[in-house]
Design a protein around this ligand. Sequence first.
Ligand SMILES: Nc1ncnc2c1ncn2[C@@H]1O[C@H](COP(=O)(O)OP(=O)(O)OP(=O)(O)O)[C@@H](O)[C@H]1O
Length: 251
Amino acid sequence: MELKQVNFSYNANHPLINHFSAKVPQGKILSIIGPNGAGKTTLLQLLTGQLIPDSGQILVDNQPLADLDAKERATKIAIVSQQHHVLDEMTVSDVVKMGRRPFHSLLATISDEEVAPFLEQVQLTKMATRNIASLSGGQQQRVWIAMALAQEPEYLFLDEPTTYLDVRYQTELMALIQKLQADKKMTVILILHDINQAMKISDEIWLLKNGQLIASGRPEQLLNESLLSAAFGMTVHVVTVPGYGQYVVQV
Ligand SMILES: Nc1ncnc2c1ncn2[C@@H]1O[C@H](COP(=O)(O)OP(=O)(O)OP(=O)(O)O)[C@@H](O)[C@H]1O
C-alpha cells in the first residue's frame, strides 16, 4: 500500500494532509503515532477508503484504491475502529458473521461453523452464543478483531485498539495482534497513543505532526529524545529499564 502526493483538507482554508508520500511496509506491523490532532485518524480513513483524497493517489497492491468496489475493498482491508454498528441483542457469533458479508449475498446463509475458526483465533469459542452487550470491554475488542479477521484481509487497521482496556488486557491484546500478524502474514496498521507500545510491537513507526510525516523508521530510529519532545511538545526522556530495555518517559 502506498500514498503518492496525497492532499486532503476538511476545510479548504486549512489543508491538513499535505503532499503525503509513503509506503506501508508489506507484511509487517506499522504504528502511526503523534499528538492529538496530528491527522492519524484522517490518514487511516484515507488509507481505508473512508475518505477520498483531494488530489494524489493511494495504491493497494499497485492498483488505485479508488478503483476497488466496496466488496473488493472489504476482502483486502479490514478496520477495527472505535465505533461499532451492532445491536446489543446480537450474539458474538452473529457479529463475527458480519465480517463474512463480502463473501455472501445474504447474512442468513452464513453458518456458525464458518465463523468458528475466527472465534477460536481470538479465544472466544466459549462465548459464541453470548450477547455482545454482556461481554467486558476487552472481550468485545476481541470480537471486533474476529469480525475483521473474518474478512480474511491483507491489511488490518486498528484505531487506538487499547483505549479503555486495563494494562493487562492491553498487553494481551498487543500479544494477540503480534501472533495473528505472524500467523497470517497480514500487514497490520495501528494508531497508538502509547509510544512504548508502539516501540515494542512495531516493525516500523510513522510519527505525524500537523498532517506531516516528520519521521519514520524502525522503532530504535525514533527513540530520540529531541525528536519526540518536539513532536509532542513536552519533555520526553528515554531511560533504560533493567530487563525491559529502552522506555520513553513523558515528563
Ligand atoms: N470530520 C471532520 N471535520 C472537520 N475537521 C476534522 C474532522 N475530523 C478531524 N478534523 C480535524 O482534523 C485534524 C486532525 O484530526 P484527526 O482526528 O485525524 O487527528 P488524530 O491525530 O487522529 O487526533 P487524536 O489523536 O486526537 O485522535 C484535527 O484538527 C481535527 O479537528
